[in-house]
Write a protein that binds this ligand. Structure first.
Ligand SMILES: NC(=O)c1ccc[n+]([C@@H]2O[C@H](COP(=O)([O-])OP(=O)(O)OC[C@H]3O[C@@H](n4cnc5c(N)ncnc54)[C@H](O)[C@@H]3O)[C@@H](O)[C@H]2O)c1
Length: 400
């Protein structure tokens, strides 16, 4: 075992790959074990399988010089002192955490783990799961320390933020904690120590807070719209020279693979009594319905073509996982004569060229505030729904 080497289980994913790349770029021998052979082949060619700032530049060098090696077999785990587990941790269709996912991923790895290793849990987990994983490994006679060290970076900015944000670390004993410190100190500017349960909750609180924050402004937006007031003018006014509201986000579709799921993990942990979290879900998931409802008040949609601009869940990203643009599309398909869509980054067979979508649509809904839309001069005869206010100073067509 190499005392400094790292292996990342799920290392081809959105969280695993940037971490593996930053490790390899710091000079540490890094291995990726992943079941996605297509992604492995792509990364081995030095190509990033998804958009992540700075990744495309790092990969050719670290793959080329062998600092980053990839495998679809877990035997590579035996080489590493630090094993990072970062596979997805979904909620099921009833919004309950699927706690089996981590054990399913871990069990074929167990024969390749070695005494003295540290298993860094990087997936977001249901509180208490780190303890269960430590017990699971102890029960198999392995002398492996589990350290829960959550990822808190913004997707698309991971390469920078891993190096810029303080890293929360936790473990079940001083040896595991020391190893977690040793793992992260060369990468992050600072480590912050918590107990494992505290660290698990810290991650869920971070995402749930963000989700609730978006819901707050989304509800303000809906209240203003409902009463014919321009929400964006109100937000500008209340933020102007007023430090306590400086960080208020703008309204917009709040989705993606983490915020809702983590809010629901917290709700499940709190016996489904997390009323703020559930209210945030109703509001955020209800925004597409609100938009379609307002359009229906103004138009006979059965006679209109609606263009959806943006399918990714966030700007300048190609990730469509759990994007509310798809819910919007589903709703519009029930109402509109035709629904067209465009995204500059997402791969989707139904995407059409932007010019065609603009030309053939009566109404355009900016679902994702990609730069291409912000910089575009749209024809004056198109109605544009711009909940993000990304076309400002041109303001959204006022509800009638
Ligand atoms: N996406 C984010 O911005 C973000 C941020 C913080 C935390 N997280 C958390 O990180 C975790 C991973 O999220 P992600 O967005 O990277 O997911 P992802 O789907 O992009 O990546 C998961 C990777 O794991 C691989 N994988 C799946 N099962 C495997 C198995 N049994 N063995 C080996 N590899 C396997 C997949 O092929 C994939 O490459 C989740 O718990 C998520 O909540 C995500």
């Amino acid at each position: 075992m190499n005392r400094n080497a790292v292996a990342v289980i799920g290392g081809c994913g959105h969280v695993g790959l940037p971490l593996a790349a930053v490790n390899a770029a710091s000079g540490r021998q890094t291995y990726i074990y992943d079941v996605n052979e297509q992604a492995i082949a792509q990364i081995e060619r030095g190509e990033a399988p998804f958009l992540e700032r700075g990744l495309e530049e790092l990969l050719p060098e670290i793959v080329g010089n062998g600092t980053l090696r990839l495998s679809s077999h877990p035997r590579v785990l035996a080489e590493a002192r630090f094993v990072v587990l970062v596979v997805g941790t979904p909620v099921d269709r009833y919004l309950n955490p699927d706690v089996d996912a981590l054990f399913d991923a871990l069990s074929p790895c167990v024969p390749h783990l070695r005494d003295g290793q540290t298993l860094v849990l990087r997936s977001t987990v249901y509180p208490g799961l780190s303890r269960k994983i430590q017990d699971y490994l102890d029960g198999r006679g392995l002398d492996v320390d589990v350290a829960f060290c959550p990822e808190r970076v913004a997707q698309g900015y991971a390469i920078e933020e891993i190096r810029e944000l303080p890293q929360i670390i936790s473990a079940f004993g001083p040896r595991g904690l020391e190893a977690a410190r040793e793992f992260f100190e060369p990468l992050a500017p600072e480590v912050v120590v918590l107990e494992p349960l505290e660290a698990e909750l810290a991650k869920l609180f971070t995402n749930a807070y963000r989700y609730i924050e978006f819901a707050t402004v989304n509800q303000f937006y809906m209240i203003a719209q409902e009463h014919g007031a321009d929400y964006h003018r109100i937000q500008q006014a209340i933020q102007h020279g007023y430090p306590r509201l400086r960080h208020l986000p703008g309204p917009g579709l709040a989705a993606g693979p983490c915020l809702l799921k983590d809010t629901m993990q917290l709700a499940a942990f709190y016996n489904h009594q997390f009323s703020l979290g559930h209210a945030a879900l109703w509001i955020n998931e209800g925004l597409p319905d609100f938009i379609v409802g307002k359009l229906k008040q103004r138009h006979d949609l059965s006679q209109r073509t609606v263009g959806i601009l943006g399918l990714a869940f966030k700007a300048e990203n190609d990730d469509k996982r759990d994007s509310l643009s798809y819910k919007l599309r589903k709703l519009l398909r029930l109402e509109a004569r035709r629904t067209l869509c465009h995204d500059p980054y997402v791969r989707d067979p139904e995407i059409l060229p932007l010019d065609k979508v603009i030309e053939e649509s009566d109404i355009l809904v900016i679902a994702t505030p990609h730069r291409e839309y912000r910089e575009r001069a749209f024809p004056a005869d198109k109605e544009i729904v711009d909940m993000w206010n990304c076309l400002s100073p041109r303001s959204e067509s006022a509800p009638q």
